[in-house]
Design a protein around this ligand. Structure first.
Ligand code: SF4
Length: 447
């Protein structure tokens, strides 16, 4: 792993990210461009010369929080001559003119669709530096994350009626396989051992004749890549070929997040999700058969306009039937510019009530599943500060002497909370044996 040379006089930047994992990776990518220009990332906004706010517009709440942050940044900017404020992301795309009007002190607004132009725009901005002349450029810095993300596509061709993403991020565009592999190699060179491929509907990926399954295989062959994950797949593209590949390629981790959104076919149709409850259940059965012991998680929206008590019960029944390992339950909130925004909303108290009920059920299964982990031994890839992840994507706090990048055998001692606790059992293991060990362990449990 490379250690960035620290230059205390270098120009620094601070990043605040709102929203999803794709936004986090966009922030990382923009950070890498700034580092390539010689800037150094700081966790302290007071010592930064560039403040980057990467916004999200999926929920009104996230957008409001970002806008209040921008309001406060006026004072931050006034405190240091030459300070720059850069706003990027989905809310920047949706409300660019409004932002420039309401916050005239912003230096650069880059919408989500123009993210590929960020390096050029940032370069122009930095070349306009005025009173920062006393600051040096640092040496080129590198990312040193053990678990790194690689964005493989942008945009979304779906039209889920509640979702603002297609209008702010546009139609799907795919990076070439070569570009993705070279980025994966770069991340490995910087210290990554795990690569998560990112896309709004990541498994709809295509480039030339290559499809998502081909890409998965190719990324797994990059030297130094020991774990591969992907986020978020769409059920429609969870084809037999993808499932076979996920099961056959040892580097692909046994944890799949597959958003279902509702257990009611009526709601799925209203949401324009393009699959039925029965098709979703079939995919889960295939995944469990192909990869015994895999963890399965999901996203659910409660209180979508028109959701009857019966629709809601069908969602609860689906959770009971599948028994997800964990899940994220969202209260429906209308977003301007989406087709569902024209529909009549359910009363807020009802949405709240359903949210609580759904959460309680999901948590019950999550807790039950977690508690079975106590006493078991798992391979944990250490990411930072004694914190790592199992292949099944549980976060584990490890007692013992471990360094980021190590893969260690950890016996789980406490599974009460979502972050598990464990102790090192007998040092490092060879990763290649894992899939076989896992299979026999599952067979032994009669699954
Ligand atoms: S698949 Fe649907 S929910 Fe996901 S980004 Fe596309 S439109 Fe939005």
């Amino acid at each position: 792993m490379h250690t960035p040379v620290y230059n205390p006089r270098a120009m620094k930047f601070y990043v605040r990210t709102y929203g999803c994992q794709m936004n986090v990776e966009d922030s990382n990518e923009m950070g890498r461009h700034l580092k390539a220009k010689g800037l150094v990332e700081t966790q302290n906004p007071d010592e930064a010369s560039v403040f980057l706010v990467n916004t999200c517009t999926v929920r009104q709440h996230a957008e409001d929080r970002a806008f209040s942050e921008l309001g406060r940044l006026k004072r931050w900017k006034a405190k240091g001559p030459g300070r720059k404020i850069v706003v990027t992301g989905c809310a920047a795309e949706r409300t660019k003119e409004y932002l420039e009007d309401r916050f005239p002190f912003l230096d650069l607004v880059v919408g989500a669709k123009s993210i590929e132009d960020f390096p050029r725009m940032a370069e122009r901005l930095l070349d306009r530096r005025d009173t920062d002349e006393e600051l040096d450029y640092a040496v080129r810095a590198v990312d040193d994350k053990v678990a790194a993300f690689v964005t493989i596509m942008r945009g979304c061709n779906y039209s889920c009626t509640y979702c603002i993403v297609p209008s702010v991020r546009g139609r799907e565009i795919y990076h070439s396989v070569e570009q993705i592999l070279s980025e994966a190699r770069e991340r490995v060179r910087e210290g990554a051992r795990e690569i998560t491929l990112l896309g709004q509907t990541v498994n709809s990926y295509r480039s030339g004749t290559a499809r998502f399954a081909d890409l998965l295989k190719a990324v797994a062959t990059v030297e130094g890549v020991e774990r591969v994950r992907f986020m978020s797949p769409h059920p429609y593209y969870m084809t037999d070929r993808v499932i076979e590949t996920v099961a056959a390629v040892p580097q692909i981790c046994e944890s799949i997040h597959l958003p279902v959104q509702s257990g009611s076919n009526t709601m799925l149709k209203q949401m324009m999700r393009n699959y039925t409850r029965e098709q979703y259940v079939l995919i889960i059965e295939k995944l469990r058969k192909a990869m015994p012991g895999t963890t399965l998680s999901t996203d659910i929206i409660v209180g979508f306009p028109g959701e009857t008590d019966r629709d809601f019960r069908e969602t609860l029944a689906l959770i009971e039937e599948i028994q997800f390992d964990w899940g994220f339950i969202f209260k429906y909130s209308a977003r301007d510019g989406t087709p569902a925004a024209n529909l009549e909303c359910l009363p807020q108290e009802l949405i709240e009530e359903r949210h609580q009920e759904c959460l309680a059920l999901m948590d019950r299964f999550a807790q039950e599943k977690r508690s079975r982990m106590a006493g078991a031994t798992h391979e944990v890839l250490v990411e930072a500060d004694n914190m790592g992840r199992t292949r099944t994507n549980y976060k584990v706090y490890i007692t013992g002497n471990v360094a980021p990048g190590e893969e260690v055998r950890v016996r789980i001692t406490n599974a009460q909370r979502p972050t598990l606790e464990g102790v090192i059992e007998d040092g490092n293991i060879t990763f290649e044996n894992f899939r076989e060990e896992s299979r026999s362990a599952c067979t032994n449990r009669g699954q």
